[in-house]
Design a binder for this molecule. Structure first.
Ligand SMILES: Cc1ncc(COP(=O)(O)O)c(C=O)c1O
Length: 417
């Protein structure tokens, strides 16, 4: 499942002792295993081999150039949501014909750049957006391809903030409007509407919601066909859940067994957009214990990482396993693991059973590879941390820790006279 394992009471990432990286890099930092990352990509590819889909890694989950390059080298495409992501994907060597662009608010600048770059598909999220793309493409004298992102309005049992397949959410286009757009294709002569896209949410651990959404959308595609409307692509999005605590998510193979027969029937080219499944368990966040505090009501482990580095606990009340990187067999007690930031939401765990750790001990916050660094910020004027990748016996810094200069970049002390 992942390549972070204890050997002789020390946590290793593949063949590298995590403590040896701390000596070079300091703390806190994100640490990724190349093997876990690429194995997860290959697992999806193998499970879906029959369909030979374009697997577009959702780089919003982790946009580090080395992470995306490792996947691009194995044939991955990229699912992007901004011009920044598009630029990074191209720099990492992504094939534009394997890039799909979602986002409910694509700007003129982003659309023009994506057209210029020759991406495979715009995943269009509203009729006004389609009109806008058509206009920009006309001005540029280009014909582009788009898929309509359908909001299938199906229940997806996940956290409210990462549930995207309901009509109460801003994403995608309802079925009635989608049908109208397909029928009125002539209104958009510079856009070939050549696909349908769905993405119902993230960290979904059962295949039932995916199957429900795919059935709904394939029935819709069948209806379109009957009306003489043919498309080439079906993009089934991402959303596959992973193990953070005691979840029992479907494996790639179990997922494929359920959905491949439905997809195969369509005869369409399939696109997938997994993010978390590929990189979630491939990364940990390493942080150092600064102080232990006992206020008579609660015991706190205060660490040098904060919610600005890993927002998921504060944002989604997400669970991350926390382990000392040197096996500690002392009697466990309940602790809140908290950062130094001036917010009560600055925590990694509440009431967590942990051994008696002390100042200077190092902790690994597990399964932090997805939506970890990618969501980090400079809140409290804290530099973004370093990122490190291990491959076998070697490790490399793949993002330097930010400096004081980075923290003030672009800022100007105002002068009025
Ligand atoms: C359009 C789209 N595709 C793919 C993903 C990736 O989801 P996940 O990381 O759960 O696979 C997201 C995540 O929000 C998304 O919005």
């Amino acid at each position: 499942m992942h390549d972070f394992k204890f050997k002789n009471d020390e946590l290793y990432c593949e063949d590298v002792k995590v403590s040896s990286i701390v000596k070079r890099v300091g703390t806190p930092f994100y640490l990724y295993s190349y093997k876990t990352l690429t194995d997860h990509f290959l697992k999806i590819r193998k499970a879906f081999l029959k369909l030979n889909p374009i697997i577009c890694f959702a780089m919003k989950s982790n946009g580090n150039l080395s992470v995306i390059k490792s996947l691009i080298d194995l044939g991955a495409g990229i699912d992007i949501v901004s011009m920044g992501e598009l630029r990074k994907a191209l720099i990492a060597g992504a094939d534009p014909q394997k890039i799909v662009f979602a986002s409910v608010g694509k700007t003129e600048e982003e659309i023009s750049f994506a057209i210029e770059s020759g991406i495979l598909l715009f995943n269009v999220e509203s009729e006004p957006e389609l009109t806008h793309i058509n206009l920009i493409a006309k001005r540029m004298g280009k014909k582009v391809q788009a898929a309509l992102r359908i909001n299938p309005d199906v229940p997806a049992p996940t956290h409210e903030y990462i549930n995207t397949g309901s009509l109460k959410k801003k994403f995608g286009i309802d079925l009635r409007t989608t049908r109208q757009i397909f029928k009125a294709q002539k209104k958009y002569p510079y856009v070939k509407i050549n696909g349908v896209h769905i993405h119902i949410g993230s960290q979904i651990t059962s295949s039932t919601p995916f199957v429900g959404a795919i059935k709904k959308v394939t029935a819709f595609i069948e209806d379109l066909k009957k009306e003489g409307i043919d498309i080439e692509y079906l993009d089934i999005g991402g959303g596959l859940g992973i193990i953070y605590k005691d979840e029992n998510p479907q494996t790639a193979l179990e997922y494929a067994r359920k959905v491949v027969p439905l997809l195969q029937k369509t005869g369409l080219k399939i696109i997938m957009e997994p993010g978390r499944f590929i990189v979630g368990n491939a990364g940990v966040f390493v942080t150092k214990v600064l102080y232990i505090k006992d206020n008579g009501v609660k015991k706190f482990v205060i660490v040098d990482g904060g919610m600005n580095d890993l927002m998921r606990p504060m944002l989604y009340d997400a669970y991350h396993e926390i382990v000392p990187i040197k096996k500690n067999r002392s009697v466990k007690a309940k602790f809140d693991v908290v950062g130094p930031i001036c917010e009560s939401g600055d925590f990694f765990a509440h009431e967590r059973m942990l051994p008696q750790v002390k100042s200077g001990d190092l902790l690994a916050v597990m399964s932090a590879g997805a939506y970890g660094y990618a969501m980090s910020s400079n809140y409290n004027v804290r530099p973004r941390v370093a990122e490190v990748m291990v491959r076998g016996k070697a490790f490399k810094i793949i993002k330097e820790r930010e400096t004081l200069k980075d923290l003030m970049k672009g800022e100007i002390i105002v002068q009025w006279s």
